[in-house]
Design a protein around this ligand. Sequence first.
Ligand code: ADP
Ligand code: MG
Length: 433
Amino acid sequence: MNGATLGLGTTSAMAALASAQGMSSSGAISSDGMSQGFRTVEDFDLDGKRVFIRADLNVPIENGEVTDDTRIRAALPTLKYVLEKGGIPIMGSHLGRPGGKVDPKFSMEPVWRLIGQHLGNTPVIIANDCVGDEVEARAEMLSPGQMMGLENFRFHKGETENDPEFARGLAELASVYINDAFGTAHRSHASTVGMVEHFTERGAGLLMARELNELTRLLVRPARPFVSVIGGLKVSDKIGVIKNLMETSDAILIGGAMAYTFLLARGIKVGKSKVEEFRVHDAVQIMKMAEETGTRLYLPKDHRAGSEETLSLAIEIDSAEIPSKLIGYDIGPKTVAEFSQVIKGSPALGGARTIFWNGPMGWFENAQFSTGTNEIAAAVAESSAYSVIGGGDSVAAVNQAGLADRIGHISTGGGAMLAFVGGKELPGVQALK
Ligand code: ADP
Ligand code: MG
């Protein structure tokens, strides 16, 4: 096969996917799957073949109804592509944490009903399990133009335990394996890793390929200046990300609760703010790394705080230090101004050409303390830089601010995104190679 042709095919499918998802497809995709060592769904002849699609359909369900269909919509392009090419999709996912046994609360049925509505003419055969003779027999009877939706993988202990027998059972159902579940690619489960070795035709779905391409574009030679904005709750979750981005970032802006651990490491008092004392040494080490690599590291210079008595009242504190009885819940106006300048200032003066953002700047779920996060989201949206945002809460914050369509790439993976940007090889991707 010809690498250049593959690249072209992938790029056009990516653009279609981007527009299908209502996302901006600004800039070219820098690498296709091949250059990262895996194939994609576009590299196989699917005609008449049963195609196992491991999707991430882990959606919230209340009273038997899906309450947020974002992940379902994101999974549709690959599903439709397989159908268009004459393949017979056998699709499945995990849903919630049923703990290895059947629990109707976590049944995939509402998901398949909704997918059926999205597909219109394609009948979705809903299986009552994901392995076993009966499911196999029904899968074999399917013809092109039909698809099968499997029951929750996590109704079996073998899924999270990556049990070889369970994995073999899943693999019996199809002859091509496609993993489109970027959000679970950091886990070694039967449906993401164990079953994959049973297929010679295995590859990434369109969503997975897009995630990997966009995040690789961020990690490998980003257009500079490259500005990383890191916030959220815990330093513990983000150490790998910060360290890995240190090499390529020109500036790192730190906000959110985790900034207080950094301030503490500088000997600055932070009152009753959330800190991780046991991470102070990591913060010190990161600040030392920044000095050595010449990375500009910014911390909050003012805050919006609350006290246990007046939670809903934002008190502005015009210094890096926070009084002993107060809790820092958001970055202050001077910090917002400085961070915004770095994000959207002229590139010649250090403003960003590439932006990565993970972690809200404060307790954004509380309107009193959402200003910092909203203003930074606005700065990223206004910037002409290529921007990538990831993390469940960060994506929620950008959606809440109504700015999602002005972001270059919004990652669907929380833990998987942090692992990948932190420089780790994802087992689910490794297995495809
Ligand atoms: P993401 O999901 O985007 O990776 P995190 O899970 O790390 O982000 O952090 C998001 C959470 O951190 C949010 O619930 C937010 O309210 C909280 N948070 C951020 N800053 C603060 C703060 N200063 N005080 C308390 N909570 C905070
Ligand atoms: Mg989170």
